[in-house]
Design a protein around this ligand. Structure first.
Ligand code: SF4
Length: 644
């Protein structure tokens, strides 16, 4: 077998049974790997209604055909389980070196099932796999865990994915950290590991795998690298990474602050200018084999936290713990970044949860009595850090916020829900999607709740010529951020690109999603050279559509319907109050029309959002159709899908 290893590692944590299974070739042909294979295993092995924190939930780690090859940006790992935050499909994709190491150890995937009686960590040394006692590292931070495992195994080359105290305490948005500063965040994959009492997975891999046409693959990889280095964006992104986004969105008038009460251009955003942030950066760092090296190590230069060192800070955590919480001090956010990485809590979600809490306090929905004496005033760094720590420890008001913004708002009542913008329990990121109608649709239909990485249409952020929009999306107005026309095809195009990155094991920043050279034709050529399986561009688009339908079937089986495909809260209910987009809003009627168009394109029933039998059968998902049919929830219809 070329490109894949042909093996899955399955660990039953309850009995301690460890076995290696053959990866079914039919599944690799249909889903390729990573997110596709994980989502299929989730659908087929975790029954409907399973408790995300119960033994019946499973955690799937997927490598991919391109993972760990010499191709740039191929150091990804995809992790999937039923999400404790949203109760639907949960997954996350991270960089670093863990994914390649697991693949070199000889595995297309790792499945953790059941739960351990006492804390353990999994040690994978090629074919030698064992569960080891983790009582000495339980309760430790992420870096202490890494140090403890390296010292016990006597090998600092071992790659580790670990949880921190937030995962152990079952905070519903705990991260799984791979290497320093790379987080599987958002949907609580660290929480699932904590519920299984697994502190970490340590891997050393030396087996490797083969390419069908190594010379051809190398030539393609070299050509793509040459093309990447010549792009104008490379110079900027390889220096700043996503640190430049806050000021970019601010220039576009799409920034948000104080839980989206302040819109347009945020006056103190100069505190987050990339040149100012770079004053703290000591060096750029890269995931496995990546010439973009968009990540950073830093040392805080000034303020009360001066001298503290850290890894990796990104737009999402800067915006969520910075302007969203009314915090004007970038050094405080760098400190908070370190807390999130060390205690293993999603920096993005935790910031948005705190921002909602600050607004509840501002409006008197919660008072000092509810917050255990913490004055949640905008920009109060001390209160922000203290409440974050109480979330991690699940203490008092922090225990409620550890449930996530949507659940906490429901529990509080008194209109608190109005101040939480989410889709299916996933918090909306800190960019004003009222000015980006395709992004709003993408958030509404995303299979893991609101999430830019599921395929926000980048064409809405950068001007695109009308002819190009017509060629790609069949409508010259599709890329107009304020329009509603042609959005279904636009959203499906970018969602498919992102899905292909997730199934193939590529960083999205090196792909056409980001205007970089790896587009679908290049992906097809790479897969063909690597696996020897003749792969066309059309076949890859079809794979993306298959994954979208499979994930939709999973959501539908969990009870998701058309009424759930929307963004809740301020982003849907209020107009932009200030700035260049003042008055912009999402028109509810036009939103429904976009949704109709999207369902038609995907081959889903308009009234329910359930995939039609004809769609699933055409996607080679017959067993999925049978499962939905046996539960009486399949849209029986003979229409043919037009999704690709
Ligand atoms: S572009 Fe950045 S996140 Fe992506 S693989 Fe490279 S270093 Fe990692």
């Amino acid at each position: 077998m070329f490109g894949w290893t042909g093996r899955l590692l399955r660990v039953d944590l309850g009995s301690g049974t460890i076995r290696v299974e053959e990866t079914p070739r039919g599944l690799l042909r249909r889903f390729l790997g990573g997110r596709g294979l994980n989502s299929y295993l989730l659908f087929s092995e975790v029954k409907a209604g399973a408790d995300p924190l119960g033994e019946e939930n499973k955690l799937f780690f997927g490598t991919s055909p391109l993972t760990g090859t010499g191709l740039m940006s191929s150091g990804r790992i995809h992790v999937t389980a039923k999400s404790p935050l949203t109760g639907i499909l949960g997954d996350s994709n991270a960089g670093g070196h863990f994914g390649p190491e697991l693949k070199w150890a000889g595995y297309d995937g790792l499945i953790l099932e059941g739960s351990a009686g006492a804390p353990v960590y999994l040690w994978v040394d090629d074919d030698r796999v064992e569960l080891r006692d983790a009582s000495r590292i339980w309760g430790k931070t992420v870096s202490e865990t890494f140090e403890g495992i390296w010292s016990e195994l006597g090998d600092p080359r071992v790659r580790i994915a670990a949880i921190g105290p937030a995962g152990e305490n079952l905070v519903r948005y705990a991260s799984l950290m791979t290497d320093y500063g790379n987080a599987c965040g958002k949907t609580g994959m660290g929480t699932v590991l904590g519920a299984k009492r697994v502190k970490a997975i340590a891997v050393r891999g030396t087996r490797g795998f083969c390419a069908a046409d190594p010379q051809g693959f190398k030539a393609l990889a070299r050509d793509l690298l040459d093309r990447l280095l010549k792009t104008p964006a490379y110079r900027v992104f390889s220096r700043f990474g996503t640190l430049s986004y806050l000021s970019l969105y601010n220039r576009q008038g799409r920034s948000l602050a104080r839980n989206a009460q302040q819109t347009g251009e945020i006056p103190y955003i100069d505190r987050y200018e990339p040149s100012r942030l770079m004053e703290h950066v000591t060096r750029n760092v890269a995931c496995f084999g990546c010439p973009i090296h968009c990540k950073h190590e830093f040392r805080i230069r000034r303020g009360p936290f001066a001298g503290e060192k850290g890894h990796g800070t990104e737009f999402c955590i800067l915006s969520a713990h910075g302007p969203a919480c009314g915090n004007e001090d970038e050094t405080a956010v760098l400190k908070i970044n370190n807390i999130c990485n060390e205690y293993g809590i999603c920096g993005d979600t935790s910031g948005i949860v705190l921002a909602a809490a600050f607004e509840w306090y501002q409006r008197g929905i919660v008072t000092l009595r509810d917050t255990d004496g913490l004055a949640l005033e905008w920009g109060n760094t001390e209160a922000q850090i203290e409440l974050l720590m109480r979330i991690i420890r699940r203490e008092g008001f922090g225990d409620l916020l550890a449930e996530g913004s949507a659940r906490a708002a429901r529990a509080i009542g008194k209109g608190a829900e109005r101040y939480v913008s989410h889709a299916k329990g996933g918090d909306v990121d800190q960019v004003d999607i009222r000015t980006l109608k395709g992004c709003a649709l993408a958030d509404a239909v995303s299979s893991r709740g609101a999430d830019p990485q599921r395929g926000w249409p980048s064409a809405e952020f950068y001007p695109m010529k009308a002819e190009e929009a017509r060629r790609l999306f069949g409508n010259e107005k599709a890329a107009d951020p304020n329009g509603y026309e042609g959005k279904a095809a636009l959203v499906n195009y970018y969602a498919s690109l992102c899905t292909l990155c997730d199934v193939l094991g590529l960083c999205k920043f090196s792909s056409a999603w980001f205007n970089n050279p790896i587009g679908v034709p290049e992906m097809a050529a790479l897969v063909t050279a690597l696996t020897g399986m003749e792969t066309t561009e059309e076949a890859l688009w079809e794979t993306a559509a298959r994954v979208h339908n499979l994930e939709r079937a999973y959501l539908v089986r969990e009870g998701i319907r058309r009424a759930d495909d929307r963004v809740h809260g301020r982003m849907m209910e209020e107009a932009v109050s200030t700035g260049p987009h003042k008055g912009a809003r999402i028109d509810p009627q036009k939103f429904e029309q976009m949704l109709d168009e999207y369902y038609d394109l995907m081959g889903w029933d308009r009234s329910t959002g359930i995939p039609k039998r004809s769609t699933l059968e055409r996607m080679d998902l017959r067993e999925v159709a049978e499962e939905l049919s046996s539960l009486g929830i399949l849209a029986e219809d003979e229409e043919t899908s037009r999704a690709f």
